[in-house]
Design a protein around this ligand. Structure first.
Ligand code: HEM
Length: 93
């Protein structure tokens, strides 16, 4: 199934590579982790180093827990877009 994250090219995602604006691409999905950088138990440097490329391998290699993976989904840009669209749809009804 096509997902909205496909609308972002790796080029575009890689432009968000600073502490104030940080996206990572994991398993074909785009995550905006800007607000999480300071809290990340592995440090912000590893996440910043994982921008601008497919970070799936690095993410898996770090041995993230189930709860880390659940937390990660809350930063998924597609999810955010879906929530906003759902909200607008319900308001219009
Ligand atoms: C995308 C969102 C991410 C979330 C929500 C996240 C969350 C977490 C959490 C909760 C931990 C603590 C251990 C655990 O519960 O598994 C952790 C550890 C770690 N993370 Fe992430 N992480 C993310 C992305 C990344 C990325 C892209 C890298 C790239 C290398 C990375 C590297 C690490 C490393 C190396 C540790 C181990 C720290 C240690 O035990 O010393 N993480 N992460």
């Amino acid at each position: 199934m096509p997902t909205l994250s496909k609308l972002y090219s790796m080029q575009e995602a890689s432009e968000h590579n600073t502490k104030d604006d940080c996206w990572v691409v994991i398993d074909g999905k785009v995550y905006d982790v800007t607000t999480y950088l300071d809290e990340h138990p592995g440090g912000d440097d590893v996440v910043l180093a994982a921008t601008g490329k497919d970070a799936t391998e690095e993410f898996e290699d770090a041995g993230h827990s189930k709860s880390a993976k659940e937390l990660m989904e809350t930063f998924c840009i597609v999810v955010s877009v879906s929530v906003v669209l759902g909200f607008l749809y319900l308001r219009k009804k």
